[in-house]
Ligand binder design. Structure first.
Ligand code: ZN
Length: 154
């Protein structure tokens, strides 16, 4: 596994729609393993492939470093509720802002071997899934901030 460089705001790859994955091969598995290591190294809780410069519909999440989620070709098929919560992004360091999102979702996705699964999520997990899903479509949280963004240390 290897830590990859995290692309920062201003790079076109963050504004480009990622492509569906069709090959569930060693290259994909290596990408996912590297993304997990990169996310952990950066103290993040989610990372999309666009953020390491790869235009594939893949993201990884871990809220607690115990449970790891891998999503390939995800689709959010149900939304409900609404919640405002502060977000940040490993590609926009030093900026935080409040974003309103649905509070409950259902996602259908594939795992690294192409097997389809679905997941009902709420709370922080639902939020992070939607944040990472946006990355796959070239959308960033700063596009959705309610009110002002705030500058933070680090
Ligand atoms: Zn992000």
């Amino acid at each position: 596994m290897a830590i990859r460089n995290i692309v920062q705001l201003g790079e076109a790859v963050l504004r480009t729609v990622a492509k569906e994955v069709s090959d569930f091969d060693d290259r994909l598995h290596m990408l996912i393993d590297d993304m997990i290591e990169t996310m952990i190294d950066a103290d993040g809780i989610g990372l999309a492939a666009n953020q390491v410069g790869i235009l594939k519909r893949v993201f990884v999440i871990s809220l607690d470093l115990e449970k790891y989620y891998e999503f390939v070709n995800p689709r959010i098929v149900e939304y409900s509720g609404s919640e405002i919560f502060e977000e940040g992004c490993l590609s926009i360091l030093g900026v935080k802002g409040n974003v309103e999102r649905p509070s409950k979702i259902k996602v259908v996705a594939q795992d690294r071997n192409g097997k389809e699964f679905d997941l009902d999520a709420d709370g922080l997990l639902a939020r992070v899934i939607q944040h990472e899903y946006d990355h796959l479509n070239g959308v960033l949280f700063v596009d959705k901030v309610v009110g002002e963004t705030t500058k933070v240390e680090g």
